[in-house]
Design a protein around this ligand. Structure first.
Ligand code: FES
Length: 123
């Protein structure tokens, strides 16, 4: 099934509107149409592709790097999401969702690697 998607690109001020298929990842569909959108891992982990969902519904079952709370607040990782309805999306500033997702863990205190119990061999 195809859905109408409108993307508000905050970086350029442009609005793009197109049709996407509900059985393809949203990022891939938008890139095929020529949109230059931020991405990195492309596996739903890093939050680089995060967008704000102004309206509509996405299937985010494959997303690993975005909490259910942030999904409920209207954020989506479009590299690992499928459109389930017509959508209106808005790009995010670099690191905006990363800070919401992970910032509180790293900014709370100056911690050393052993305080996180991470097996890192540098610091
Ligand atoms: S590109 Fe990393 S979460 Fe989408």
């Amino acid at each position: 099934m195809n859905y109408r998607v409108r993307v508000h690109d905050r970086r350029t001020g442009q609005i793009h509107e197109t049709q996407v298929s509900g059985d393809r990842y949203l990022l891939e569909s938008l890139e095929d149409l020529g949109l230059d959108l931020p991405s990195a891992c492309r596996h739903g982990c890093c939050t680089t592709c995060a967008m704000r969902v102004r309206s509509g519904a996405l299937d985010q079952r494959e997303v690993m790097g975005l909490s259910p709370a942030l999904q409920a607040e209207g954020y989506a990782l479009i590299c690992s999401s499928y459109a389930c309805s017509d959508l209106e999306l808005e790009t995010q500033d670099e690191d905006e969702v990363y800070q919401l997702q992970f910032g509180r863990y790293f900014a709370r205190a100056q911690r050393r690697w052993w305080q996180w119990r991470l097996p890192l061999d540098h610091d």
